[in-house]
Design a protein around this ligand. Structure first.
Ligand code: SF4
Ligand code: SF4
Length: 209
């Protein structure tokens, strides 16, 4: 690849990330959902005291976060469950006490509780059964703002234009299917099945505020 092509590719990826951040900048419900749950998904430790962070997408550090994030570990494929083509992944730690990085918050904060999913070439957003965070709003999905859902959906369609991100989504989608870890999915036709009262109770019981 020539230097000129590399430069143009960098410009394309930057524009894709910026557009996705913009699309995925909608609040899940009207108001501040963090006040409902004590910012449960922003906490830095799990119930056992283990430090919790979040993964950036491939290339997200390089294109969007390198000037913002200072506290992170670099996870290598040899030590962690990373897709074969991804040799290292940035695992960052949030410092909520110093304030949310609202304008700079990473894709993982923008998309949660949805995960991107690709199955037989078809794209959807899914909510997983296995929840680290157990968002209190999962059982109240009828209250989610359509602007949030559309923004996340369209943001991922943008991000999938970057081949390594599409590859990453495909890899984790296969794992999710193998583990039967889909609670519900959202396509352009809406949610495929309502979230059951039993699931809602389970999600609520996961929350320790
Ligand atoms: S767990 Fe859900 S309700 Fe709580 S801050 Fe996170 S997204 Fe908002
Ligand atoms: S960047 Fe903001 S939304 Fe994301 S984990 Fe930190 S405090 Fe929470």
């Amino acid at each position: 690849m020539t230097d000129k092509n590399k430069k143009s590719m960098r410009g394309d990826y930057q524009a894709i990330f910026e557009k996705a951040y913009h699309l995925m900048d909608e609040a899940i419900i009207a108001g501040n959902c963090g006040e409902l749950c004590g910012y449960h998904c922003c906490r830095r430790n799990d119930v056992d005291g283990k430090q919790l962070g979040m993964y950036l997408l491939p290339l997200e550090y390089e294109y969007m976060q390198c000037a913002v994030v200072t506290d992170y570990d670099l996870h290598s494929r040899r030590q962690y469950n990373l897709p074969p083509k991804i040799k290292k992944s940035y695992y960052i730690y949030c410092h909520l006490t110093e304030g949310c990085l609202r304008d700079h918050r990473p894709i993982q904060c923008r998309t949660y509780p949805f995960e991107p999913h690709l199955e037989n070439g078809a794209f959807s957003l899914v909510i997983e059964k296995e929840q680290i965070h157990g968002c209190v709003l999962i059982g109240r999905n009828s209250e989610w703002r359509q602007a949030f859902i559309d923004g996340v959906y369209n943001g991922w369609l943008e991000l999938m234009k970057i081949p390594i991100i599409k590859y990453n989504i495909e890899y984790f989608s296969k794992e999710r299917i193998a583990a039967n870890n889909i609670m519900t999915r959202y396509t352009s036709n809406g949610f495929d099945n309502p979230i059951s009262p039993a699931t809602i109770a389970k999600v609520k019981s996961n929350i320790t505020i």
